[in-house]
Design a binder for this molecule. Structure first.
Ligand SMILES: Cc1ncc(C[n+]2csc(CCOP(=O)(O)OP(=O)(O)O)c2C)c(N)n1
Length: 342
């Protein structure tokens, strides 16, 4: 991972986190990892509808950025790991999510959304298979947050590939002109399906784009969940204070192929085991665990307890999803209710 974390590391803003917050980050990271593995296992077993983009290696940016958002803050999540780290960190009970992706009536969208889920009560008003599609609605949501005037913010997450959208530039421009409370989180794992970052971007750092729009930006080590959270708290504070948008680029990695079942190619060449092993050296859970052990916040007993709780949470979610009734995909009688607010 050496190549993708060196840039301007450590130069970003810092905010002090409490011991409780540090433990929350570790706990959420472990939970996200367990749910990610559950989704990989289930899609391979044919127990999940649609497709799955495994999150291994890249879960820390979503967890670090979303763990301390308010429930009413608006979130456009990233597609990697189906944003499970973002969702659970924001307080969403993932059993409703798993039920959704299992096509069950108890799912967050009554089992009918596949990839296009929403959780309006948690500020997630929609998602899309069209990467970076959140850039335009984000401006509208940001404007609504500003008009609400109570410090609510919008967070827009996407990968380096998603940031290639032309709408990203329009979004940055409007957000800055109108000083909208938006935090852009670019989760840069250096790859977009089979293409390398350097083949698609003129500069090494996507954060450089922010300069052109007069927007503050920071680059953080996306394998360090604490660094991501500290940077996000500063960015969110900036946005809540009415100072306008902020861009965070978290340099992260993708360990698995783009989607479960796809060949793991870059430039038509399979990635080597050595390359993958090198990426694994900077495992976000291990980095966080070591830091919290050093600071005396974690013990082996607590590590085991957090693991056991995450295992139980996933098992409970799977039981809930499996025991729920199957949604009738052909029943269109309530389709308007599912699409429009009353
Ligand atoms: C507008 C659009 N273009 C292309 C695609 C096909 N596509 C799906 S995921 C993806 C790459 C995404 O890369 P990135 O945003 O870096 O996220 P990552 O998958 O690496 O986490 C592409 C090109 C799409 N879904 N939407």
């Amino acid at each position: 991972m050496k190549k993708s974390i060196d840039a301007k590391k450590g130069k970003g803003p810092k905010a002090k986190l409490s011991n409780d917050q540090l433990l929350t980050l570790y706990r959420n990271l472990v939970r996200a990892d367990h749910f990610d593995k559950c989704y990989v296992r289930r899609i391979q077993a044919g127990q999940l509808i649609s497709f799955y983009h495994a999150g291994e290696g890249g879960l820390a940016p979503g967890v670090g950025a979303c763990s301390f958002l308010r429930k009413e803050d608006i979130l456009w999540p990233h597609h990697r790991a189906h944003a499970q780290g973002h969702m659970l960190s924001k307080g969403i009970d993932l059993k409703y999510y798993l039920a959704e992706h299992t096509g069950k009536t108890t799912g967050c969208c009554k089992g009918r959304s596949s990839y296009h889920w929403s959780f309006p009560e948690y500020g997630v008003f929609g998602t899309s298979g069209c990467i970076g599609a959140g850039f335009s609605p984000t401006v509208g949501w940001g404007l609504a947050c500003k008009k609400n005037g109570d410090g609510q913010i919008t967070m827009m997450c996407c990968g380096d590939g998603g940031s290639n959208r032309g709408t990203a530039h329009e979004s940055f421009l409007m957000a800055n002109n109108w000083k909208l409370p938006i935090v852009y989180l670019i989760e840069n794992n250096g790859l977009a399906i089979f293409s390398k970052h350097e083949d698609m971007h003129p500069t090494k750092d996507i954060a450089d784009l922010a300069k052109g729009y007069g927007m503050p930006a920071v680059i953080v080590d996306g394998q360090d969940v604490i660094a991501v959270a500290e940077a996000t708290l500063k960015a969110v504070e900036h946005a809540r204070a009415g100072k306008g948008p902020y861009l965070i680029e978290a340099k992260t990695v993708r360990i698995q192929a783009h989607g479960v079942g796809l060949p793991d190619l870059v430039d038509y060449t399979p990635r080597s085991k050595e390359e993958i092993d090198e990426l694994r050296e900077r495992d976000a859970i291990l980095i966080c665990r070591e830091r919290l052990l050093t600071e005396g916040l974690l013990s082996q007993e607590l590590i085991d307890q957090i693991e056991a709780e995450a295992t139980q949470e996933v098992a409970d979610a799977e039981r809930f999803a499996d025991e729920s009734p199957v949604a009738d995909q052909l029943d269109l009688s309530d389709i308007n209710k599912l699409v429009y607010a009353e």
